[in-house]
Write a protein that binds this ligand. Structure first.
Ligand code: DQA
Length: 167
């Protein structure tokens, strides 16, 4: 849960195609690279006495293993799962088994985009969502983690949504 200097460890997870940031649809995702965002998150974490470990993969199973590996080791996970945010129940289940803070992060605002992006399967197992702020979101997500770990600002959570009844 902490590093050698006793700072809470935050796992920053990046899903498919985020390795192309800077070149990929810059009109939507901006011109900063993933390395720029990781640096920004790392600097914000250092200011708030936390440390960041980053992992990016284009493969669902690798991301799931990273979440499993964070159990009992990281205090929080910030996850931008790319398009897997909308489809991966396996990632949902892995995050559900993680006992720390989970923040879902997106550069764009998926709710304002194509309908297939309006559903997040990460959302039901996240403490909250930061979306639509571009690179600033990486800083805001780190700040949210710090506040949640400090216990001051957690919003009351509604009961978990039930799946609609079939037939
Ligand atoms: C994204 C939004 C997703 O819908 C998309 O598939 C991505 C990036 C974002 O950061 O805005 O790959 O997660």
């Amino acid at each position: 849960m902490t590093d050698a200097a006793d700072r809470p460890l935050v796992l920053l997870l990046s899903g498919p195609n985020l390795n192309l940031l800077g070149q990929r649809e810059p009109e939507i995702y901006g011109t900063e690279t993933l390395a720029d965002h990781v640096d920004r998150a790392g600097a914000a974490a250092a200011r708030l006495a936390m440390s960041v470990e980053h992992f990016q993969s284009n493969h669902e199973g690798d991301l799931i293993e990273a979440v499993q590996g964070a159990r009992s080791r990281a205090a929080a996970i910030i996850v931008n799962a790319g398009a897997l945010s909308h489809t991966s129940w396996s990632l949902h289940d892995a995050l559900a088994a993680f006992e720390g803070v989970v923040v879902e992060l997106h550069l764009s605002n998926p709710a304002g985009r194509e309908p297939f992006r309006h559903t997040s399967v990460v959302a039901p197992v996240a403490d909250g969502l930061v979306a639509g702020f571009g690179g600033l979101g990486y800083e805001l997500a780190i700040e949210a983690v710090r506040r949640l770990l400090d216990g001051g600002d957690a919003a009351p959570q509604p009961p978990a949504a039930q799946p609609p009844n079939e037939g």
